[in-house]
Design a protein around this ligand. Structure first.
Ligand code: ADP
Ligand code: MG
Length: 495
């Protein structure tokens, strides 16, 4: 609870002091889903017991040699192509030296000095508008291991499973102006890498971590002031909190006539504050030099063209397509935000021409996605078949829609029987001898088609025939048109 109260009071504080503008640039580390490490064949699977995924290469034994991971290169290129970056035909790897217990080589192999992707832009939704920030570059590098300092133990432990795991580092231009923008960007980037299928984007497992560079300046000033860098922020929420804290801290220094020192800081989720890690004077000299054990990396125009064909439809494009199909905006947003659900939805759409995309989207969100969250249900063809069968059963008027949604759909995948048989078993199948309940059928249809119903209510008479058609289809043409039109008028007036 504490951090939330804290951050909202910070927001108020920040908006009270608008004489300063925040300038923010990010360095985002994306852990890719390559099954093997960046420079050797060790597994990258998450959750293995400590030091189970470390060969002589990961342990940096003398005489071991690295090799470039093809998948890593493809993932970097794919990310770059999806953002309009220029892919460099020849790039190199460097050694970036520093001493750390979880870095057995004594250096990190990185492309920082000659990145594979240059330029490009990232577009995302912020405050209901498409927002765009420029990318400086994206480069390939490897992760370090993990040091564990647990409990009261007088020693630390090292897990080298993560040493050498492939990373993509995206460096943005200092184009962000608020913590909220950064928050929305991180969520959008996470979805973006999931769409590209190059990373799970899982922040809890550390697949997306970012260093946030922040400075403040008086409005109207063009030059940049000194910045602070907050290291290794591992969630969008923490980034927002850390940046807001930092804006407030730096604004206060400026207001009091001081100068912000260029320094590296760290964020604590428990206090909501950033604290000094090291000042500029302690900055590392990494002694970069070219990695002699790796050849230059060549990307031919043919390689690039081929990867270009693998860039899928991206979230913003999918969003506009869904809106064009008439899907309600909030539903479209929920679908687009879930890659696998929206893929299933798309596959189903092409197989069902009878229901509107809007109605199918509603079904997906209200009935299918909640089920998927709770338990494992079939995917692909098997799923499509059952959905189809269920919607047809509803259309046929043999079950009451809300009874079916509550009782039949939740057990739809528990049996191989037809859904009609299951409906009969659980006692919600309408008996054929029962008089056709036109009124409840019409009510169901009105609930399913709220927009049309509202238009009819407002006097768009032509829509009577829309509802008539639906009733006729549901009853197999058995209903009497005169009665149907009366039932529709009655239901519309009642509401
Ligand atoms: P370094 O060489 O120290 O890594 P870079 O110039 O590569 O610094 O910038 C690193 C990140 O910091 C980039 O995302 C960049 O946009 C951002 N940045 C640079 N200067 C500033 C500044 N004055 N204020 C805010 N962000 C900045
Ligand atoms: Mg840099």
């Amino acid at each position: 609870m504490f951090p939330r109260i804290f951050s909202s009071s910070l927001l108020k504080f920040a908006s009270m002091h608008q004489e300063f503008e925040a300038v923010i640039g990010l360095e985002v580390h994306i852990q890719t889903n390559s099954k093997t490490k960046a420079f050797c064949g060790d597994s990258t699977a998450f959750g293995a017991s400590p030091n189970a995924q470390v060969s002589a290469v990961s342990l940096a034994h003398p005489g071991t040699l690295p090799r470039i991971n093809k998948r890593h290169v493809e993932q970097a290129t794919l990310l770059g192509l999806s953002l309009g970056c220029t892919i460099q035909p020849i790039t190199y790897f460097d050694r970036k030296h520093y001493f750390y217990a979880d870095l057995p080589k004594g250096f990190q192999t990185t492309q920082d000095g000659s990145p594979i992707c240059i330029g490009g832009t990232f577009e995302f939704m912020h405050n209901e508008k498409v927002h765009s920030i420029r990318i400086h570059h994206i480069h390939m590098e490897e992760d370090a291991g993990k040091s564990l300092h647990e409990g009261e133990q007088p020693f630390s432990q090292i897990d080298l499973n993560r040493a050498g795991v492939p990373l993509l580092e995206m460096v943005t231009e200092p184009d962000f102006r608020s913590a909220e923008e950064v928050h929305d960007f991180i969520h959008a980037l996470r979805l973006h890498v999931q769409y590209l299928a190059i990373s799970d984007g899982n922040m809890e497992e550390g697949s997306l971590r970012c260093d946030c560079n922040i400075s403040v300046r008086p409005h109207g000033q063009e030059t940049l002031n000194n910045r602070c860098e907050i290291k290794n922020v591992n969630s969008a929420r923490f980034a927002r909190q850390a940046i807001n804290y930092e804006i407030q801290r730096q604004s206060k220094i400026m207001r009091e006539g001081g100068m912000v020192d260029q320094e590296t800081r760290e964020f604590s989720a428990s206090t909501g504050k950033t604290t000094l890690l090291r000042s500029k004077e302690d900055a590392h000299d990494y002694r970069y030099f070219p990695e002699p054990d790796l050849p230059p990396l060549h990307m031919s125009p043919g390689d690039i063209k081929q990867l270009e064909t693998l860039v899928p439809e991206l979230p913003l494009a999918k969003m506009s397509r869904f809106l064009e199909l008439g899907i309600e905006e909030k539903d479209a947003r929920l679908l687009v935000g879930n890659k696998s659900a929206s893929d299933e939805f798309d596959a189903y759409l092409t197989s069902d021409r009878e229901h509107t995309p809007r109605a199918i989207a509603k079904f997906w969100i209200n009935q299918l996605m909640p089920q998927q969250k709770e338990r494992s249900i079939p995917e692909g063809r098997a799923l499509q078949k059952r959905v189809r069968e269920y919607l047809n059963l509803l259309d046929g008027g043999k079950v009451n829609r809300s009874a079916a949604n509550q009782k039949l759909w939740p057990v739809a995948f528990d049996s191989n029987l037809s859904l009609e048989s299951v409906a009969k078993e659980i006692g919600i199948l309408r008996d054929g001898s029962e008089a056709l309940d036109l009124d409840s059928l019409v009510k169901d249809l009105i609930v399913q088609n709220p927009v049309e119903a509202e238009k009819l209510r407002r006097g768009k008479k032509g829509l009577i025939s829309f509802f008539m058609g639906q009733v006729m289809r549901a009853t197999g043409g058995k209903a009497e048109p005169q009665k149907v039109s009366e039932a529709i008028k009655k239901a519309i007036d009642q509401k």
